[in-house]
Write a protein that binds this ligand. Sequence first.
Ligand code: HEM
Length: 475
Amino acid sequence: MEPLIILLITIVPLLLGIFIFRQNSDHPNLPPGSFGWPIIGETIQFLFNKPENFVMHRMKNHSPDIFKTTILGEKTAVICGPNGHKFLFSNENKIFTAFRPHPMQSLFRSYKTPPPPQPTTATPEDDAKILRQPGFLKPEALMRFLAAMDAITQQNLKIHWEGKDEVKVNLVSKTITLELACRFFIGIDDSEWVAGVLARFDDVTLGLHSLVVNFPGTVFYRANKAATAIRKELVAMIRKKKAALVKGVSMQDILSHLIVVKDAAGKCMPEEEIADKIMGLIVAGYSTVATVMTFFMKYVGLNPGIYDKIRSEQLAVSSSKKPGEYLNWEDMSKMKYSWNVICETMRHVPPLQGTFREALTGFTYAGYTVPKGWKVYWTVGTTNMNPQYFSNPDKFNPSRYDEGELPIPYTYVPFGGGPRMCPGKEYARLAILTFVHNVVTKYRWDVLCPEEKVIGDMMPTPEKGLPIRLHSHDL
Ligand code: HEM
């Protein structure tokens, strides 16, 4: 055998052994698990294996409570199961703070373009504060928006589905949700603009969980290019809005609020930073909602009994209204079964797998110690499809959420929990139920590729866009 090969065979495992030993010996009593390969860690397995497979496999091999890994360049403890979720959600800002992985930080950093604003701590954490504080997503604000939500949904279904035999659901659900987000967050009422930026928002969303390799052809490169283009468009829009605000035009959207709001020192936010925050909000609230709408169509299309029950619930809502009257708050409270179906859709296809935190202090959980500064990841994948918490987990069964049969606390957390729970939950509920109401009252449909592959583990998408055959009830 070549001396070089012999050297490699002996040296490489030795170096790896020393690497692993040094990593563990710095901190005894770390959670079980593997850091994977130097630098890359287990990122490839995390990004390209089904997320629930990634966690379930390691929970089985290491511990059902917590395991260590390295993902997206960070030493990470993955905290599992309902007790893990409870521990994490109840120790927000005590043990844990938000952390956005490197691809997110790179895509949402606005200090690349001149004139450079002050180094900013702009993160989606701030976006959440914006949404929570001025009450943009409180019921009173959403109530006012509900009629517009209904109108936008109806209009899109009319344009894209009316008179058609075969359609693809995914494009329409994305068009609707992006149009809603643009109207509500930035006050834009321009379908053409929305259609033009849709692919860019998809690129950014895909880049959020990607390897930070900024080289033509990579996912991150495309995302970065798209983020730069969106930011440019948003800055132009901010300037137009500023001019209109100076003239006294009144505006109700979140973007206008960010333009006028001042910090403690009386300074307005730099334009690039506003653009970044708005882009973060749209990304958070667009594809998540569209994913639910798309997979709702799939599961309900494949389950005629469930379709019949939803339809009778939705017809009861429409029969209580005058012709042409838009949905209102009270109507939403009558859609309980429909919401159960949505919950079951999100259990099968979680629109957001989970998020990261950073440990503010070292902590002990399930007998293991996690050092300060480590990242902590929680994911719905540790409970959603676990037969311990959901009997017959592969079955699509909305009755699981009937009163008296609710899931065990912290086993079903599609929106997270605790102080950092998704601030867009109520907005998402209204947007999805509005969609459900309109499609179910107008159409029945056949899913044309029931076995269609789902691609994109972090942004689940039916490979062919979910083609369906429509049967209009008006005919
Ligand atoms: C079905 C749709 C949605 C699902 C399943 C979903 C799920 C989630 C989850 C799991 C988190 C992480 C919570 C945590 O870290 O503990 C989150 C955070 C967030 N969501 Fe949503 N979301 C949805 C829709 C929306 C919408 C429509 C918006 C905006 C209007 C939005 C804005 C945000 C923001 C800003 C955060 C960050 C919160 C923070 O870090 O404090 N989401 N969402």
